[in-house]
Structures are given as C-alpha cells and as structure tokens.
Ligand binder design. Structure first.
Ligand code: ZN
Length: 197
C-alpha cells in the first residue's frame, strides 16, 4: 500500500507507546511533508538523546552526567531517600517543589504476571545506600497492586536495618500512577506520608 521507506517509518513509529497505526501514518506523513530540516533534526535529536543519556550509578535516574544532578547536589537533604518506580516519577515529584531529599529509581515494580521479581529491580542497590546517614526511606511507588506489593516488600527488607520507612498515600486515588497525579495532590501525599510498621 505504501512505498517501502514510508512503510518502514510507519512501522517504527507504531512501536512507540500510545501510538496506534493511524497516528503512526499521520506522523509519518507529517515528517515527510515537513520542510527539509525537520526530519534530519528529529533523527539527530533521537540519536543524540540515545547516545548521551545514561543511568546514574547511585540512584539509577536517567541523566547526562554521573552522578546525576540530585546525587551530586550539595543542597539536597541526604538523610531522606524517595523510592520511585521510574525516572518520570522524579520529574513529577520535583514539579511539586516540596521534596528536597534524594531519590532511588527501581526501574519498575514487582509483578508476578509480567514475571518481574524483586531481583529484577534496583532493590539491592537501594539496600547498599542505607548507611547511618539515611534516616528515612519514602516509598513512592504507584498506588497500584504492583506498586503496593513493591512498597510492602521493600519495607520488609529494610525493617531489620532500623531505618524509618514511610508510604505516600493521602489524596492519591488507588490505582494511580504518580506520573499522572497533579502537583497539589502529590505534594499532599508526600507531606501526609505515614510510617509503615
Ligand atoms: Zn543519581
């Protein structure tokens, strides 16, 4: 139906999350019909992002420098670590401007359905960070079944170390992704976090 190069572009675009076949076709035609430079700028931006972005060796955040801006900042509160599933959750929490501690990115949540166990997440790396300077771990995984399971699991493994673990909750509807929670609600949830015992 389409010329082969267009077909290829449509099929690559339709692999993107949330992009169906129809949208992929629309995007492909937009790219092709745009002025000369756009297609090259887009492809360069994609390869540049892929080549220059790495993971922070401390917290696992996506960054262009290692350690990342949070881990290397002299002004962040090093006694609190906020544990999230994904780098995008860091952006959501930063937007609230309420939180000044450090982060730890798990890279997902425990999900037996998808075959993701604790060993597939960056939990061992979190444990390794819990020295005497850390007073509190905030479990800010999503309010979904997977996120709750992960929070419960981590609070259990941390408990013997005697570090306080808290869970965000207030105001966030159950089943919610942090990424899509509005700033006021998220700020409220961090402030209203409760101790897990
Ligand atoms: Zn970091």
């Amino acid at each position: 139906m389409y010329a082969q190069p267009i077909q290829k572009l449509i099929s690559e675009l339709s692999r993107l999350p949330g992009i169906g076949r129809k949208t992929a076709q629309r995007l492909a035609y937009f790219i092709i019909k745009s002025d000369d430079n756009y297609a090259y700028e887009l492809s360069e931006a994609i390869s540049n992002a892929k080549d220059n972005v790495k993971y922070c060796s401390v917290c696992g955040n996506i960054t262009d420098k290692d350690p990342c801006e949070y881990c290397s900042s002299p002004t962040r509160d090093r006694s609190i670590i906020c544990v999230v599933q994904d780098s995008r959750d860091v952006i959501a929490i930063e937007r609230t401007k309420e939180y000044k501690g450090l982060y730890h990115i798990l890279g997902g949540a425990i999900s037996p359905m998808e075959g993701i166990g604790p060993e597939d997440l960056r939990i061992a790396q979190l444990m390794a960070r819990l020295d005497s300077t850390v007073e509190e771990v905030i479990l800010a995984t999503n309010l979904t079944v997977e996120g709750e399971t992960t929070a419960m699991y981590i609070s259990r493994v941390i408990k013997p170390l005697g570090v306080k673990t808290t869970r965000i909750a207030r105001g966030i509807p159950s089943g919610a992704d942090l990424e899509y929670t509005d700033e006021a609600t998220l700020a409220n949830a961090i402030e209203g976090r409760r101790i897990i015992d």
